[in-house]
Design a protein around this ligand. Structure first.
Ligand SMILES: [Zn+2]
Length: 465
C-alpha cells in the first residue's frame, strides 16, 4: 500500500512529468461504481470542462484541486494507480475510472483489488468533512509535545498500531512504521503509555528523517507500487527491517524477527529494540544437566526475580483450550482430573516427530503470550532471570536483554544425568534438539560448567552482569 513517500512521488510525477495541471477534463467514465463515493452522476456531470489546477497530499490521500472550487479526494488503498495515456490506447481490465482531457490524453485510475475510493468535494470545506476531517497531521507539520502525549501516553496500545493510526499522525503505513521503530530503538510492541517524552520527540524526528529519505529515493517498491507504469521506487534497498525477517540486524547482527501485531506483519530486532513495558531479562539457556538451575539460583541471590518456565508450562498445559488442541494432535492422550498425562505425552513424542513439531509450535505460541503477560506484570525497572532450555526455538529470546549460554562436556552431562535419574538415554533423546551450535553466536555470555559449583560461581562473578 502506498504510504506518504510513495503518494508524494506519484503526485510529483503527475504534476511535473505528465503536466496534469495544464489539462482540462472533457468527459469522465466510471467503469466501477463503488470507486466513487457519493453520487456517480454528480461526479461525472460536475467534472465536465473543469481544469486541474493543482495536486496536493494529505497523509496517504491525493487531492486534485479543480476549477470552480471542486476537489477530488482520492485514496489508492492497496493497489490503486494513476496512469496518463493517449486516447488511442485501449482500456485494460482493471481501469476503473477514466478522465478524458481536451488534449486527446486521459488519466486512468487502475486498481486490481478495487479497494481504492474517490470523492468529489468542495475546496472551501474538504478538510473539515470526511474522509480528511478524520486525518491527523503529517509528521512534517507542527506537532506539539502535548498532542503527542495525549495521543500516545494515555493508551495501552502497541506503538506500531499507534503509528498506523492515521487520525493521530498521517502518512505512515506498515513499511515506515517498522522502520521508525527500528530507528528509535523501540520495540513495536511497547504500549504507548510506557513511552517517555523523549521517545515521542524521537519518533517524530525519526519519521521526518525516514520519510524524507524515502521521498528522495522515489519510495519503496516492495510488491507492486510504481511511481508510473515503468518507474519503480528505490528506497526498498535502504530498508533496515521491513521485509528482512531472519536476516541479521544492521545494528547488532541478531536475526530479525517477524511477529503479528493486531494482524499486521511486524519486523524488528528483538535485541536492540527495547520494549519499555518489560523488566530487564537475563535468559539462561543450555542443554539438560548443564547446571541452569544453579546459575538461576546465583542470580536470584543477586536480586533477580526468577521466572519459572516449568510452572508457566504447567499453566499452559492446564488450559482447557490447550488441552483440547493437544487432544486433536494426539487423540490417544488421556486427561486425568484436568491434568494431561505428561509421562505418556513425553514417550509418545519420542516416537512421533511430526506430532512433536505440531505440538511444540502450538505450545510455544501459548508460552510466548503467557511469558509476555507475566513480564508485563513484573514491569520495567526490575531484573528477571529466566531459565529457558528451548530459548531460540520458542522465540522467548524476543524478551531477553542478555543471553547467557551454558555449555557442558557431553561425558560430564551423561554422568550427571545417570546420577539424577539412573537412565540418561531417555532424557538425551528427548532433549537432543535443545542446543544448536549456531545459537552460541546469539549469546552475550558463554560459560562452561564442567567443574564444581564454586568454579561456576567464580565464573559468573567475572561476568559482571
Ligand atoms: Zn539489533
Amino acid at each position: 500500500m502506498p504510504e506518504l513517500p510513495e503518494v508524494n512521488n506519484i503526485i510529483n510525477y503527475l504534476k511535473n512529468h505528465e503536466h496534469l495541471t495544464t489539462k482540462t477534463i472533457c468527459k469522465v467514465d466510471v467503469l466501477y461504481d463503488y470507486t466513487i463515493e457519493g453520487s456517480k452522476d454528480y461526479f461525472i456531470n460536475a467534472l465536465k470542462n473543469k481544469r486541474i489546477l493543482d495536486i496536493t497530499q494529505k497523509g496517504k490521500y491525493i487531492i486534485f484541486h479543480l476549477s470552480d472550487d471542486l476537489v477530488i479526494v482520492s485514496h489508492l488503498r492497496m493497489e490503486g494507480k494513476y496512469f496518463v495515456k493517449n486516447e488511442d490506447v485501449e482500456n485494460t481490465k482493471h481501469d476503473l475510472v477514466i478522465f478524458h482531457f481536451t488534449d486527446n490524453t486521459k488519466l486512468v485510475y487502475n486498481d486490481t483489488r478495487k479497494f481504492g475510493r474517490m470523492i468529489l468535494l468542495n475546496e472551501k470545506n474538504y478538510l473539515s468533512v470526511p474522509p480528511l476531517s478524520k486525518v491527523g497531521p503529517e509528521p512534517f507539520e507542527n506537532i506539539s509535545i502535548a498532542y503527542l502525549k495525549e495521543n500516545y501516553q494515555t493508551k495501552n496500545i502497541a506503538l506500531k498500531q499507534l503509528l498506523l493510526d492515521q487520525s493521530i499522525i498521517s502518512g505512515i503505513g506498515n513499511i515506515y512504521a517498522d522502520e521508525i521503530c527500528f530507528d528509535t530503538k523501540l520495540n513495536p510492541r511497547t504500549p504507548g503509555k510506557f513511552l517517555s517524552d523523549d521517545d515521542l520527540l524521537n519518533i517524530v524526528s525519526s519519521a521526518r528523517k525516514i520519510l524524507t529519505l524515502a521521498i528522495n529515493f522515489g519510495g519503496s517498491t516492495i510488491k507492486t507500487y510504481h511511481i508510473a507504469e515503468d518507474k519503480e521506487g528505490n528506497y526498498q534497498s535502504h530498508l533496515n527491517v521491513y521485509n528482512r525477517e531472519n536476516q541479521p540486524c544492521k545494528r547488532c547482527g541478531y536475526p530479525l524477527r517477524k511477529i503479528f501485531l493486531n494482524g499486521r506483519g511486524t519486523t524488528f530486532c528483538p535485541r536492540c529494540q527495547v520494549d519499555k513495558s518489560l523488566p530487564f531479562v537475563l535468559a539462561l539457556t543450555g542443554p539438560i544437566a548443564s547446571g541452569k538451575s544453579s546459575v538461576n539460583a546465583y542470580f536470584v541471590k543477586q536480586g533477580f526475580i526468577s521466572l519459572d518456565l516449568d510452572n508457566i508450562v504447567h499453566e499452559v498445559y492446564k488450559d482447557k483450550t490447550v488441552q483440547k488442541e493437544i487432544k486433536n494432535i494426539i487423540p490417544s492422550l488421556k486427561i486425568v482430573e484436568g491434568n494431561i498425562d505428561r509421562l505418556y505425552l513425553k514417550q509418545y513424542l519420542i516416537n512421533h516427530k511430526a506430532a512433536k513439531n505440531d505440538l511444540e509450535n502450538y505450545l510455544y505460541e501459548g508460552l510466548y503470550n503467557l511469558v509476555l503477560k507475566k513480564l508485563r506484570k513484573i514491569g520495567p525497572g526490575k531484573k528477571v532471570v529466566m531459565d529457558v532450555p528451548l530459548l531460540f526455538k520458542s522465540h522467548l529470546d524476543d524478551f531477553a536483554n542478555k543471553i547467557l549460554l551454558i555449555q557442558i562436556n557431553p561425558n560430564i552431562q551423561r554422568e550427571r544425568l545417570e546420577k539424577r535419574s539412573g537412565n540418561s538415554d531417555l532424557y538425551l533423546k528427548l532433549n537432543k534438539s535443545y542446543f544448536e551450535q549456531e545459537d552460541i553466536k546469539k549469546a552475550d555470555f558463554v560459560i562452561s560448567n564442567n567443574s564444581n559449583l564454586e568454579d561456576l560461581y567464580k565464573e559468573l562473578d567475572n561476568l559482571n552482569i
